[in-house]
Design a protein around this ligand. Structure first.
Ligand SMILES: O=C(O)c1cc(C(=O)O)oc(=O)c1
Length: 310
């Protein structure tokens, strides 16, 4: 009899592991706050990384994710399928199913996915699929295949999470606007924060948000978008100031369609790994009033991911 082969994965050279020992945030999250963008990686021995992956991460297990949730003061998570797992949703689904109802998932599926598989994912707690247009992360799929998936998920009440870089938006906007379900934009469409917040690029993104009232935005990843910092490390209470005007603008114009998440375990960061406690302390710089904080952290994610509790 053969025994299961032990898998061993070597991390991508230069890989930055998630930050152990994050601080306790000074900003007290409102009761019921949702970390609406985070991932699990493996562990690789139990949930092997996909052959088609573009990076090999460190492990980041569901237990570690849930420990961080409790440490930071979140009540729930939305776990987004990480590209290193391709369209094998096992690790994400296992994490969601072990959460006692405190997590929902966003899956990656391939065109041609069966109705049975979608229903299985739904029953496990998945409420959306992710379409990724970032070429360093995936082999971008043809639009008609994606359109087919979009048509299939409508009856389940799911949405599509879209990840793209700002310079690609002009070529993608018409496709997005033709999709028949709500859309959730990852990381504000990755603006170049060295450009003017009132300039044509970010205005193009805001125009996408204005074009339909069911397009949502994650005001996330200042640690990824920043160019001048300062970094959320060493007790810094005013981190990532260059990203604040962009996120604040979105929160102010679309208070009922914004989400926030840690992005733990922060795949592919090159410069530094943030202290997640200090990332939470960044929230009041972009959502300054108690009401907008409650919408961002509780009401909005609950409406999208746990509508039955509304
Ligand atoms: O910018 C990234 O590298 C990145 C990667 C992934 C993923 O690999 O799924 O997810 C993210 O939210 C961001």
């Amino acid at each position: 009899m053969s025994t299961p082969q032990k898998t061993e994965f070597e991390k991508t050279p230069g890989w930055l592991d998630w930050y152990a020992g994050p601080s306790i945030p000074r900003f007290r999250l409102p009761a019921g706050a949702v970390d609406a963008h985070c991932h699990v990686f493996g562990p690789g021995e139990e949930f092997p990384f996909a052959p088609e992956r573009k990076y090999t991460p460190c492990d980041a297990s569901k237990e570690q994710l849930y420990a961080l949730r409790d440490h930071l003061g979140f009540a729930r998570n939305v776990i987004v399928q990480a590209t290193c797992h391709g369209a094998d949703n096992s690790a994400m689904v296992d994490a969601v199913q072990s959460s006692g109802g405190k997590a929902r998932g966003v899956a990656t599926v391939r065109p041609g996915v069966s109705e049975d598989e979608l229903q299985r994912l739904h029953d496990a707690g998945v409420r959306g699929v992710r379409f990724n247009f970032v070429k360093r992360l995936v082999d971008v799929l043809p639009m008609d295949g994606l359109r087919q998936v979009a048509d299939q998920i409508g009856p389940l009440g799911w949405h599509i999470v879209i990840y793209f870089e700002s310079q690609e938006l002009p070529g993608l906007a018409d496709f997005f606007l033709g999709l028949p379900v709500p859309l959730v934009v990852d990381h504000m469409g990755r603006p170049d924060v060295t450009k003017d917040v009132d300039g044509p690029e970010f205005t193009g993104f805001l125009d996408l948000m204005r074009a339909r009232d069911d397009i949502w935005c994650k005001v996330t990843c200042p640690e990824r978008l920043t160019t001048t910092g300062p970094r959320a490390l060493g007790g810094e209470q005013a981190a990532y100031r260059d990203v604040v005007p962009f996120a604040k603008r979105v929160v102010e114009e679309f208070p009922d369609r914004v989400l926030w998440g840690t992005d733990w375990p922060h795949p592919n960061l090159k410069d530094h790994m943030p202290d997640d406690g200090l990332l939470v302390d960044w929230i009041p710089s972009i959502a300054t009033a108690e009401e907008s904080q409650r919408k961002l952290l509780v009401d909005n994610p609950m409406r999208l991911y746990w509508p039955e509790e509304g």
